[in-house]
Design a protein around this ligand. Sequence first.
Ligand code: B12
Length: 311
Amino acid sequence: MYSIQKVADMLGIPGVTLRAWEARHRIVDPLRSAGGHRLYSEADVATLRWVKRRMEDQGMKIGEIAQQLRQDRPLRTDGSEAEAAPLPFLPPPASPRQSRIDLHIADRLYPALIAFNTEESHQAIDLALSLYGYEKTFHELLAPLLVRIGTDWEAGKIAVAQEHFASQLILQRFMQIFRSLPVDPSMPSAVAFCPPGEHHHLGLLLFSLFLRKRGIDVIYLGPHTPYEGLGQLIELKDVRAAAISVTDPLHIESLSVWLSQTIDRYPGLRVLLGGIGFGPRNAKRTQWERVSYEDSIDWEAWCLAVFTPRQ
Ligand code: B12
């Protein structure tokens, strides 16, 4: 979350203008802190950035943009941004977060990523964030796009450099949002990682985002994490839960060894295992009560049971 001053500095839009756009045009509707100060989300910032670009690049007035945002009809660019693909249809304001992600955004983002076009890629993501908010954008646009990129890479349709560029750009955006979500200091923390050798971490990231949204401080170690030092981290940060993702069942063996030592040593630790590596054919289910599998639990209920505020 960002203060009005921070947003003004980031976007080069004076605070007084931001307040006027909100009061007169309802361009964004930021949350308020307990003290009544405006708190802008990443999606609010993306909307404002998008509006500013329209004003600068197309000479549009704020009233016109606000009106267009409100109209339930298609909005197209005039090509002045050299955009080959048309902008997506803007949803009606009453339920902008409910509508499905417009496929035009994916059609615009994918070629931009494959062409190593950083600016165009960020613009498409900004637009999706402004229209749909971060959850919808991640679950319905970015996660499926990463899957498509991985599939195309494995099929030899795109080069490894294209896969790396696209994955890194999308993962950066994930992390940006992740960091902007506030942490509740009264909540215990969690650690999230994939075992050594495991590089698929999109599922882990989505689950970490789910925890972070609930104010939990997720220490995100990500893919290919060595086991050494994890015990110290659990002690140092008083970690209540470990979220672990495995795609290739090859890694389950070493993980089981680590788990048996760790579960004995840290009786307060709960573990949640997820990923296709634990699928019905591969799973070597463990006997530990404190270890759960994501396919057999309700995430929300698990979260409520595990993360009780510190006394
Ligand atoms: C994207 C992708 C990649 C990307 C990874 C990008 C990244 N940074 O994560 C790149 C291109 C780098 C890659 C590389 C490789 N990949 Co790959 N890849 C994929 C692909 C296309 C999608 C995987 C994905 O991200 N799915 C989306 C996520 C959201 O799904 P998910 O992980 O299942 O997560 C969901 C649940 O399982 C759950 N979940 C997952 N983890 C957790 C954790 C917790 C705690 C919880 C609660 C829930 C949870 O939540 C998610 C939402 O429901 C799949 C094929 C496919 N179409 O599925 C192959 C696939 C996974 N890859 C595969 C392979 C073999 C590889 C490679 C070894 C290369 C190769 N083909 O030779 C390399 C090396 C990776 C390595 N060393 O580990 C195989 C795995 C086979 C296997 N069972 O071992 C697959 C299945 C392709 C195939 N058909 O052969 N890959």
